[in-house]
Structure formats: C-alpha cells, structure tokens
Design a protein around this ligand. Structure first.
Ligand SMILES: Cc1ncc(COP(=O)(O)O)c(C=O)c1O
Ligand SMILES: N[C@@H](CCOP(=O)(O)O)C(=O)O
Length: 465
C-alpha cells in the first residue's frame, strides 16, 4: 500500500514510513493512494471474529508488507488484550432503533485507546534495532494526551511532549496525563486553546530544521495509523447489527473529524453505511461547513464537552481532498487561502461529495443534557457529555429505517461534574484508576507561543543521531 499527501507534493510512503512521518512534508495529510475494498462475502466472514481478529482482517490491506500477517495479528492481540471488556467495543441497545458503541473500555477510558494502544506498539516495532529515536509532539483537548501517554510511557526510543490548553480539560483528563511521571513524558499546559496547541504542532512539523533535528513523530489523528485503527470498530459494530445485508447509520460526536473520517473510510471499503451523522457542540464549524459550505473559524466557546471544543478540524482536509477529486495542487491552494484568512467556501464538488454520506447537526447545552437524561431514564445508561451530543443528533436524524449507532467516545467518569449536573448521578472512576486524585502531578505551564514551546522541547528532546 502506498500513501500520498493531500497537498500532492510530499514523498509517497509505505505504511511504516507514514506511521513514523505524521504530517506530510508539504504540510498535508497522508491517505492511501487507493481505497482497498472488502467484498460482501469478506464482510460476512467477519461475523463471529473477535475484535482483535477483526482488526487484523480490516487493517491488513493498509499495512501492506510493512508487517507480516503474523506480526499484525500478534500486535492486535497485545493492543486489545488491555481492554476491560471481552468485546473490546461492546454494543448496548437503548431502544428499537438507537444503539451505543462503547469505545471507552481501554486503559484511559476514551476511544483514543483503541488506536493509541496499537500505535505505541507500531512505533516500538518500527524503531527497535534501527538506532532511531522519535520526538512526539502532540496536542490534546483531553483524551488523546492521556491515551498517548499511557501507550508510550517508559518506551526507550521515544520522548513525548504533550500540549494541553491550561484550565480547559477536566480534572480527571488533566490528572490522567500529569500524574504519569515517566522520564520520557513531558506535559505542557499552554495558555491558549486546543487550536493554538494544534497549530503549534503543525508549525513544528513545518519548521524543517526543527523537525529534522529532533525527528518529529505524531500521535494525533494527523497520523494515518490512528485513523486506520478506528476504521475497525465500524465494521465490528455493523456486522453485529446485520451488515452487509443491512445498512447502519452512525452518529459521531466530532471535533477534529478523525473518528467520523474513519467511518467514511469504512464506507469507501464497502461497508454499507446509511449515513454518517456529524454531531458538534456549539463550536459548530463542521456543521456549518457540511450544511452550508461555510468553513470559517469563530472563537472557541468552552463547553462541558471540552474534547470537542475545536475549530480547525485537521481531518476535514482529508475529506475535502477525497470528495473534491484528489487534486493535491488545488487543495494546497485552498488550504493556503484558509490558513491566511481563517475562512473558506467548499467547492460544489466538495459539498455534493460530502452530502452523499454525511449529514450534520449542532447540539447545544440543553439538548445535550436532555440526551443524558433520556439515556439514563429510558435505558438506565449514564453517558458522558460527548456521547450525549452524538445521541441527541442520532435521535433527530432522518436515516429511514436504519439502526443508528452512536459512538460512545468517553467514560462518564471523565466528566463527573457535567454528568451530575444533568442526571443527578455522579459516576465513580473505575477501580483501576480509583486513586487518581491521590497521585502526584507534574507539568509545566507555558505561553501559547511557538518560540516558548520549541525552546522548551529543544532543551529536553534527544536530537536525531
Ligand atoms: C471524548 C471525545 N469525543 C469526541 C471527540 C471528537 O473526535 P474527533 O476529534 O475524532 O472528531 C474527542 C476528541 O477527539 C473526544 O475526546
Ligand atoms: N479531542 C482530541 C483532540 C485531538 O484530536 P486527535 O484525534 O487529532 O488526536 C483530544 O482529546 O485530545
């Protein structure tokens, strides 16, 4: 499998190359040159497989010859062996039409573990014995950070510098990151928003001297391997609900457009998806883009679903490239315009291409709380604020008679205050992190400037040999 950049001007790489590269050298994002297809028979054959077996089947075409099939199977067994539920990502039925896909049974209680447990192992496999070191620079609005830190703490060939927006993640999310005291983990609270942090990560990759000096790598969903691993649970859920004979709709609480783009990839591979429902909170740039073609950045409003308080959505670029005809030069021009003015109109091809599969919705605070109460009163399920945004959109979407699966992206105990406000129930942390609030925290606060952050990293990171 070969991977190309959305901006058309970076080296074509294989799976190992793309996993280690993160952002493409031309500032774009990597995608497979062609979408691999799974036939209806191949999808039917996924029935009855375990999650790890499904993962190896679905990911094999993307991995190509970068790993043997036995190696891929062993990595999947290891990655998903740490999940606290036998099904890894179990389905829960809410009523005759609505389902939840619980993606939060991994070590840090959010869907990010599904990809990052595997990515940690892939990094190790590709770096070991090659005398190579990777400096990870990541941005988090709360969940990617803890999942990446859990997956990479103590690994020999990797340093992690994780930027989170100071005061804008929940206490549980912050402590899941800052109480990991391994010497290769460096937590930085920046005095700005998640968008500022993400912009700094991209600027570091685009600073060729810095990126080469420290051999930068990515754990955010700019890294293709993240998305590849997330494609799996769409197949896993859909075959359990009757695919390929039945079409399934998915409602996805969305921020950086990674999770829902993985659903798009599943559809491109042949999974019969009725609709992908993009659910945003009041930071609604993606809803405006998909419903009216208007991708223009407003200010970020802090909400009880902080992981989705995002304006500039990395993976939207991947969709615009794919539905817009895969013209890297034209997209590079469009993205340059966006980066300069913080606004762009989608082309007709992009709007129409997206409308074939996506619909979108914006969910405000009251609607979110109502969805939380409905899940609790109607089905006895306590859900987190992000999942509630997905569920609110799922319940009012028009998808014909397709079952609707809302991705339950985080455990409610990560956001106890918001859950308690809406439902009156205060979810407890699972026993394995029950002592989180007794642990020592360590992090550094820095201004949200590229100079401050890169100077801090340069003093501590291992230069490429
Ligand atoms: C709990 C939770 N839900 C939803 C999202 C949105 O996912 P994505 O950024 O892939 O759109 C995030 C952050 O990414 C998250 O942490
Ligand atoms: N919501 C995310 C933001 C980063 O998204 P990513 O999927 O690109 O890593 C978070 O929790 O950090």
């Amino acid at each position: 499998m070969r991977y190309v950049s959305t901006r058309g001007n970076a080296p074509v790489l294989d799976f190992e190359g793309v996993t280690l590269a993160g952002l493409a050298a031309d500032g774009g994002l990597y995608l497979p040159e062609q979408w691999p297809a799974l036939s209806a028979d191949a999808i039917r054959d996924l029935r009855g497989l375990t999650y790890a077996e499904t993962a190896a089947e679905v990911m094999a075409p993307f991995v190509g010859d970068s790993l043997t099939r036995d190696e891929l199977t062993a990595l999947c067994d290891q990655a998903y062996g740490r999940f606290a539920h036998d099904a890894v990502t179990p389905l829960v039925q809410l009523d005759h039409r609505q389902w939840l896909l619980e993606l939060f049974h991994g070590p840090t209680l959010a869907f990010k573990d599904v990809a990052l447990q595997l990515l940690g192992l892939l990094f190790e496999r590709f770096l070991t014995g090659k005398n190579r070191h990777l400096t990870i620079i990541g941005a988090t609005s709360g969940d990617t950070g803890s999942a990446a830190i859990d997956a990479l703490a103590g690994r020999e060939h990797i340093d992690v510098f994780m930027l989170h927006p100071a005061g804008r993640v929940s206490d549980v999310q912050r402590r899941q990151m800052t109480t990991v005291l391994a010497p290769n983990i460096h937590n930085i609270a920046i005095q700005g928003s998640f968008d500022d942090a993400q912009a700094m990560v991209k600027a570091a990759f685009n600073d060729k001297d810095f990126a080469t000096r420290f051999r930068l790598g990515a754990v955010n969903s700019i890294n293709w391997a993240r998305l590849m691993a997330q494609v799996v649970y769409y197949f896993y859920a859909a075959v359990r609900l009757g695919a390929p004979e039945r079409r399934i709709a998915f409602a996805v609480p969305t921020g950086n457009f990674g999770d829902v783009f993985a659903g798009y990839v599943a559809a491109k591979m042949g999974l019969p998806i009725a609709k992908l429902i993009v659910a945003t909170n009041v930071n609604d740039i993606l809803h405006r883009a998909l419903s009216a073609g208007d991708y223009s950045v407003g200010g970020v409003t802090p909400t009880p679903s902080p992981s989705m308080d995002i304006q500039v959505s990395s993976n939207f670029e991947r969709l615009l490239f794919d539905v817009g005809g895969r013209d890297g030069a034209a997209l590079a021009e469009q993205m340059r315009g966006f980066e300069a003015s913080k606004a762009m109109r989608l082309t007709n091809a992009q709007t129409e291409g997206a409308a074939a599969l996506f619909t979108s919705d914006r969910v405000d605070l009251d609607e979110m709380a109502i969805a939380m109460r409905w899940a609790c009163d109607h089905a006895g399920e306590i859900i987190d604020p992000h999942t509630a945004i997905g569920l609110a959109a799922a319940r009012r979407a028009d998808v014909g008679d397709a079952p609707v699966v809302t991705l339950a992206t985080a455990h409610p105990a990560k956001f106890p205050d918001a859950v308690e406000r809406a439902t009156g129930a205060r979810p407890a942390l699972p026993g394995r992190i029950g002592d989180l609030f007794d642990r020592e925290e360590r992090y550094t606060t820095l201004p949200a400037t590229f100079e401050a952050v890169t100077a801090y990293i340069a003093e501590r990171a291992t230069p490429a040999s």
